[in-house]
Design a binder for this molecule. Structure first.
Ligand code: FO1
Length: 307
């Protein structure tokens, strides 16, 4: 069994590649829920949905939301003066309505994800990191923002002063999370943000220790190439969390206690010695995943590198 820790757009590509390389039945994705939020009274879980849609083969080309969706409902809400900056498509909205109704009737988030998984024909196991509400709050010079307000509404424009993950200290790992880590043949840390995606998963009490106990079987993939994030404003999140360096080496340092092997881009070969000095084995590969073949190729490299 391969276990992947993943955030949204970057992480889902790695999860998809692992599914292509090793099959969905042997794959468990443990997914960040710190990006979740309430919109129009509906619970929206972007990273879980991106991974589910990706594994189901229905994700839109832009990497989030449902393929070929329409936005009539959102347009209607805008007509009524409602904020429509978060692109919830009509088909996507059905996911959020179904989830919210199930939870109103007492279901846990992990029950909902398993229900969505089955109905969308996904064979891989997809687990939220926790069933408890966890929300990433960003403080900028102009005030506190919910994660999606900072990222999507405001386009991650401002510098971050601090990052607070509400509810994380009280959260319990979702059923199956610790067991999956404990019994996995291989655990892959996807190239998602080390602060607001993977960092949040590792912050769920018990998860970092469970991973550290399997360190020899953990392999990470760098989300940074040439000092620049492959996707999203990871550099802002790093600075907001107090890191001055944005590099593959810095990523390896953040994961050094939980990860024995770290895959970096070939062009970052000069950072390999610094990574080795941390006690982490560096592996050089083409880690960019613009399309299906490159995702599968990287997944095979990761599986082979872990031995
Ligand atoms: N990302 C955007 O950049 N703009 C959007 O309008 C947007 C809407 C959206 C709706 C549902 C969903 O599941 C994801 C959505 N995302 C959108 C992606 C998402 O906000 C981020 O990529 C993740 O939170 C980061 O992992």
């Amino acid at each position: 069994m391969i276990v992947a820790l993943a955030g949204g757009t970057g992480g889902s590509k790695m999860v998809h590649g692992l599914a292509l390389a090793g099959g969905q039945r042997d794959l468990t994705a443990i997914v960040n829920t710190g990006d979740d939020g309430e919109f129009f009274g509906l619970l929206v879980c972007p990273d879980l949905d991106i991974n589910l849609y990706c594994l189901a083969g229905v994700v839109a080309d832009r990497g989030w939301g449902y393929a070929d969706d329409t936005f009539r409902c959102l347009e209607g809400l805008a007509t009524y003066g409602r904020p429509a900056w978060f692109g919830l498509g009509d088909r996507d909205m059905a996911t959020h309505i179904h989830r919210t109704l199930m939870m109103r009737d007492g279901a846990r988030l992990s029950d909902v994800v398993d229900d969505l998984r089955g109905r969308l024909g996904v064979e891989a196991r997809v687990l939220p990191m926790t069933d408890d509400p966890v929300r990433t709050i960003i403080t900028t010079p102009t005030g506190e923002l919910r994660f999606q307000e900072y990222l999507v509404r405001d386009g991650a424009r401002e510098e971050i002063e601090s990052i607070r993950i509400e509810g994380l200290d009280q959260a319990a790992p979702a059923p199956g999370v610790i067991e999956a880590i404990g019994s996995a043949d291989l655990i892959v840390i996807a190239p998602s943000s080390p602060i607001v995606s993977i960092g949040t998963i590792l912050g769920v009490p018990g998860v970092r220790d469970a991973l550290a106990a399997r360190r020899d079987r953990v392999i990470g993939v760098s989300p940074i190439v040439g000092g620049v994030p492959v996707e999203g404003p990871a550099h802002r999140f790093l600075r907001g969390a107090g890191y001055t360096e944005c590099s593959a080496r810095q990523m390896a340092e953040i994961y050094a206690d939980v990860c024995a092997t770290f895959v970096i881009h070939e062009s970052d070969a000069a950072e390999a010695a610094g990574i080795e000095a941390l006690g982490v084995r560096p592996v050089l590969a083409d880690i960019l995943m613009p399309d299906r073949p490159s995702r599968e190729r990287l997944a095979r490299t990761v599986i082979e590198a872990a031995g």
